[in-house]
Write a protein that binds this ligand. Structure first.
Ligand code: G
Ligand code: G
Ligand code: MN
Ligand code: NA
Length: 250
């Protein structure tokens, strides 16, 4: 298709850029990190969202290259920011079949001087269902290199608890669907409480995704959730604007 052809060139021309959404530590109220979210600034069509082009990147075998380019740019961008926060990078299911992932990511870290312990890798559970053993080896590679591992969209995938037992997970990102419905659903609140307790008992951090109101931010903080992300705290923004959130009083 037109977009598939455009995508490869867009990648080479640097039209795929990182946006950044802040992650807030709920005990201090301060920013602790930023999730890198890919955006495509198409010269004619305007901004295209990853729901459209991540699939194209996977289908055309360019997802690995896209990820490394985003990471390189993010490491350079964040080097200009006043605070040393972590960066969270999304990894696609197909990338958890590539044993070169650690070496590829570490090359970028070395080149940019960004420390591995400041890089968090986000994987979705659905990434793990095809070849769990290979995924396990790759996640251990990353872990041993010093990176942390977050399980994204937690609660929506398959056999979550099996994955928790088998894999070197550091953090659970509680899916937006639970957070969005919390204000009117007692079931959602109970599930969120249970996930926080599960994380806490296993020594894992918990991040609530899709926090849109002060009310849910306060509730999550009182429930012992470690950190939060969502429009209430900040939308994904380009580098020039993202770090400014850090200097705003909350
Ligand atoms: O804001 P948002 O539209 O950015 O993201 C939509 C979806 O695309 C989310 O599930 C997000 O995890 C995913 N996504 C965003 N950036 C990337 C990326 O660089 N790589 C991968 N694999 N997924 C991404
Ligand atoms: O799947 P993942 O969690 O990586 O995707 C993050 C997605 O959620 C991105 O598309 C991001 O723009 C979006 N997002 C982040 N915060 C909020 C929020 O508070 N509300 C809604 N509706 N979407 C959000
Ligand atoms: Mn994510
Ligand atoms: Na998510």
């Amino acid at each position: 298709s037109r977009l598939e052809v455009d995508f490869r060139n867009a990648l080479l021309r640097g039209e795929i850029e990182p946006y950044y959404q802040p992650l807030i530590n709920l005990s201090t109220g301060n920013i602790e990190g930023y999730e890198i979210l890919a955006r495509w600034q198409h010269p004619e069509l305007g901004m295209i969202l990853p729901d459209v082009f991540v699939q194209i990147a996977e289908d055309t075998g360019t997802i690995g290259e896209m990820t490394l380019r985003l990471l390189r740019q993010a490491c350079l961008d964040s080097d200009e920011w006043p605070h040393s926060h972590y960066l969270a990078l999304n990894i696609s299911p197909v990338q958890l079949r590539n044993r070169d992932l650690r070496a590829d990511l570490c090359d970028v870290l070395k080149e940019t001087g960004f420390e591995a312990h400041r890089l968090e890798i986000e994987v979705t559970e659905n990434a793990l269902i095809y070849d769990l053993e290979t995924a396990r080896l790759i996640l251990w590679d990353l872990k041993i290199a010093g990176m942390t591992i977050a399980l994204d969209d937690f609660g929506t995938g398959y056999s979550s608890l099996h994955h928790l037992r088998k894999l070197p997970i550091d953090k659970l990102k509680i899916d937006q669907s639970f957070i969005r419905t919390m204000s009117h659903s007692a079931k959602s609140r109970k599930i969120v409480n249970a996930v926080i307790a599960l994380g806490s008992s296993m020594g894992l951090a918990t991040t609530a995704e899709g926090v849109e109101t002060e009310e849910s931010a306060l509730w999550l903080s009182q429930a012992g959730c470690t950190s939060a992300q969502g429009y209430y705290f900040g939308r994904p923004l380009p580098s020039s604007e993202a770090w400014l959130l850090d200097t705003t009083e909350r």
